[in-house]
Design a protein around this ligand. Structure first.
Ligand SMILES: Nc1ncnc2c1ncn2[C@@H]1O[C@H](COP(=O)(O)OP(=O)(O)OP(=O)(O)O)[C@@H](O)[C@H]1O
Ligand SMILES: [Mg+2]
Length: 211
C-alpha cells in the first residue's frame, strides 16, 4: 500500500485555500484514499482554542507572542492529528501550515525565518509537507471574494493594512523560490473548478496518474 502524503495549501487571505482544500480532499476520497482534511491554526480541540485567542480582536499579541501561540497550536495539531494520520497511511490536506507562520510572522513583523523554523523544530519535529500549493490571485479579485464572504468584517490578522498583506504575499513568493521542489505555484484566478483542475494536474505524479 502506498503511504499517505502531506499536502498544504498556502496564500494570502481570500485566495481560495479553504475552497480548494475541500475540493482536493473530496477528489482524494473519490480515489478511495483515507484523507484528513484539516486547517491551521486549529485542527484539534486544543489548537482550535488557541485559534480563538489568536483571532480575537480584544487581544494585542505582539509578534513573538503571536509566533509562540501559532507554534503551540501547530504542535498540538501535528502531535494529535497530522502525524497519527500519516502513520495510518492517510493523506493529509492542510489549509495553511508552517509557511503561513513564516510569511505572516517572519515576513510581516520582526522575527527571522530561522526563529520560526526553530519553534517548528521544538514543537512539531520540523515536519514539512510533501507538497505545498501556493495560491496566487490579484488583489482586486480577492477583495471582491472577501467582500462577498465577510459581511461582518475581517478578523484580527485579516484586518491589517494592505502593505502588510503585500509583504506577506512577497514573502510567500520568496519561500517558494527558496524551495521549488516542495512548492507548486497555482494561478488562483477563474472559477473554483478551474483552480481545482490546475491543482489536480499538479497532483497527477503524486497519485501515479498520467505520468
Ligand atoms: N475561484 C473562485 N472564484 C470566485 N470565488 C471564489 C473562488 N474560490 C473561492 N471563492 C470564494 O471566495 C471566498 C474566499 O475563498 P476561501 O474562503 O476559500 O479563501 P481562503 O483562502 O480560505 O480565505 P482565508 O484566508 O480568509 O481563510 C469564499 O467566499 C469563496 O466561496
Ligand atoms: Mg480559509
Amino acid at each position: 500500500m502506498r503511504s499517505g502524503r502531506f499536502i498544504s495549501l498556502e496564500g494570502g487571505e481570500g485566495v481560495g485555500k479553504s475552497t480548494q482544500a475541500a475540493m482536493l480532499a473530496d477528489a482524494l476520497r473519490g480515489r478511495g484514499l483515507g484523507v484528513l482534511q484539516t486547517r491551521e491554526p486549529g485542527g484539534t480541540p486544543g489548537a482550535e482554542a488557541i485559534r480563538a485567542l489568536l483571532l480575537d480582536k480584544q487581544y494585542d499579541w505582539d509578534a513573538s507572542a503571536e509566533a509562540l501561540l501559532f507554534a503551540a497550536a501547530r504542535s498540538d495539531h501535528v502531535v494529535h492529528a497530522i502525524r497519527p494520520a500519516l502513520e495510518r497511511g492517510d493523506w493529509v490536506v492542510c489549509d495553511r501550515f508552517v509557511d503561513s507562520s513564516r510569511a505572516y510572522q517572519a515576513g510581516g513583523d520582526d522575527l527571522s525565518d530561522d526563529a520560526i523554523l526553530s519553534l517548528h523544530t521544538i514543537g512539531s519535529y520540523a515536519l514539512m509537507p510533501d507538497v505545498t500549493f501556493l495560491l496566487q490571485a490579484d488583489g482586486a479579485a480577492v477583495a471582491e471574494r472577501l467582500a462577498a464572504r465577510d459581511s461582518d468584517g475581517a478578523d484580527r490578522i485579516g484586518a491589517r493594512s494592505a502593505a502588510y498583506h503585500a509583504r506577506v504575499a512577497q514573502r510567500f513568493r520568496d519561500l517558494a523560490a527558496m524551495d521549488p521542489e516542495r512548492f507548486v505555484l497555482v494561478d488562483a484566478s477563474g472559477s473554483p473548478h478551474d483552480v481545482h483542475l490546475r491543482i489536480m494536474r499538479a497532483m497527477a505524479p503524486l497519485l501515479g496518474e498520467g505520468g
